[in-house]
Design a protein around this ligand. Sequence first.
Ligand SMILES: Cc1cc2nc3c(=O)[nH]c(=O)nc-3n(C[C@H](O)[C@H](O)[C@H](O)COP(=O)(O)OP(=O)(O)OC[C@H]3O[C@@H](n4cnc5c(N)ncnc54)[C@H](O)[C@@H]3O)c2cc1C
Length: 398
Amino acid sequence: MAEIWSNWSGSLKFTPGELAEPGSEEEAKTIVEKALEEGRKIRVAGAGHSSSPLVVTNSVLLSLGKFKSVENVDRENSTAWIGTGLTVKEGGSKLLEHGLSLHNTGDVDIQCISGAISTGTHGTGVKLKNLSSMLIGCRMICADGQIREFTEEKDGKEFFDALRVSLGSFGIMTKMKLRLQPAFELERREWCTHTDNCLEHLDELISKNRNFDFYWYPRSDLVKLRILNEKGKGMQTLDYADCVEEKSGWAIDVLPKERDLKFDEMEYALPLEAGPDCFREVRKRIKDRFRKTVAWRVLYRTIEADDYHISPCYGRDTVTISLHQNAGFPFMEFFQSIEPVFLDHGGRPHWGKKHTLQSSAIRKMYPKWEDFFKLRAEMDPRGIFMNEHLEKQIFGLR
Ligand SMILES: Cc1cc2nc3c(=O)[nH]c(=O)nc-3n(C[C@H](O)[C@H](O)[C@H](O)COP(=O)(O)OP(=O)(O)OC[C@H]3O[C@@H](n4cnc5c(N)ncnc54)[C@H](O)[C@@H]3O)c2cc1C
């Protein structure tokens, strides 16, 4: 019997039937073949930072934490093959040695790049797509136990648009080919101001800066504005805000923040134009009902539209609004009270964060849901890469 497994925040705990950490692709293949023979299911975990039960299983839980290679770096075309055990921080610094960079990161760099890609993890920037957009090839242990290589060039855009955000339901990726950028530097400035100033200048803040987001602490009416640009570009001064932090350096070092404080989170992706009204409504509801009990922030970010079948940004430039509650504090009443506001504004839930939606509601949010469903069934007809959460709540297979 394996040890108890916990996600980062501690809100999910379970004991997998077996916890396997292979050292090579061949070893991973043997584990999959054995599971197939025994009729057991397999889930692959990244760094365990999702707080939805994506990797919860009483069968085999696979970690590829030893897969840390960076190979076939092509500086001319800014591509590289990387092992799927690399975190954003590890992958980012190894790629920097080759003069390459991810185009963006989320708020932290502790997720595996594979885990971040699989759930549509994003940073902020209205002209920047989520991290899944980097995936242009992979080696995968498939549902028949065979290892296959897929590339967008050979297998087509349609297949990759489904694979990019697929929650580990297509197979186990051991290596990924990423579309990268030549390494670049950014300047980071953080500003403090009143929420009303931020909302008044919101369009300009979003459109004139490479990366912009803001967060509001419910116990005050102040917000923190976070702005990153290439040197000398974007908004350099704000006459309605105080600059409280400045930093510059390689993008991969200044984009993510260090997070010691653990938390649970709900996040919804909304059409860009719905963002301000939704935020106002969320803010009012929190002030009316939860101001005394919610200590942590509400974060507002933007992402460019994509066309990946079940990406929360499918077909629309996007605003995301996320609610954070300190780990260990009750969060469900708070999240459930705000969730209908997100839904009223056309929200789609983040796959790796808390939400209460069922398949019947989720499938209506994605025009290409049925196409995704068909491809997933072709990749894994017997559902060996499923768990209860995916089968029941997300895909509605049972
Ligand atoms: C502190 C913190 C900050 C965060 N910040 C952001 C943020 O800024 N933006 C944002 O969008 N999200 C954010 N998240 C959410 C987080 O990025 C996602 O939940 C992400 O999927 C976690 O990656 P992971 O490596 O921990 O993967 P896991 O949570 O372990 O797994 C996620 C999914 O990836 C699949 N997967 C992992 N590896 C493979 C593989 N090799 N092959 C196939 N499938 C695989 C798993 O099966 C699972 O379905 C944050 C979470 C935390 C805890």
